[in-house]
Design a protein around this ligand. Structure first.
Ligand SMILES: [Zn+2]
Length: 93
């Protein structure tokens, strides 16, 4: 990872989320609220300088050769994917 690393997040009103996601951050580019899975929250705790970017802004800035990685180890990510559920946050906001 480099100085320009970004954490790519779904928008907070996406239909699905994973358990214990955080909804207290916004995209550094467009300002829309995002959801951050626990693995992303852990990454930001370790590396608070990482920019939070929504998937839509990431698509706009994607270019060939761009490196993409996971915010946590494989087991953590798989564990999160097993908790995918309807996003109830979107109905409360
Ligand atoms: Zn954005």
């Amino acid at each position: 990872m480099s100085d320009q690393d970004c954490l790519v997040c779904q928008l907070a009103d996406a239909p699905l989320t994973v358990a214990r996601s955080s909804f207290d951050r916004c995209c550094a580019d467009c300002g829309r609220r995002v959801m951050i899975a626990p693995s992303g929250v852990d990454l930001l705790r370790r590396r608070p300088e990482v920019r939070v970017i929504c998937v839509h802004c990431m698509v706009m800035m994607a270019e060939p050769g761009m490196q993409v990685g996971l915010p946590g180890d494989g087991d953590q990510i798989i564990g999160e994917l097993r908790t995918v559920r309807p996003n109830e946050w979107r109905h409360r906001h």
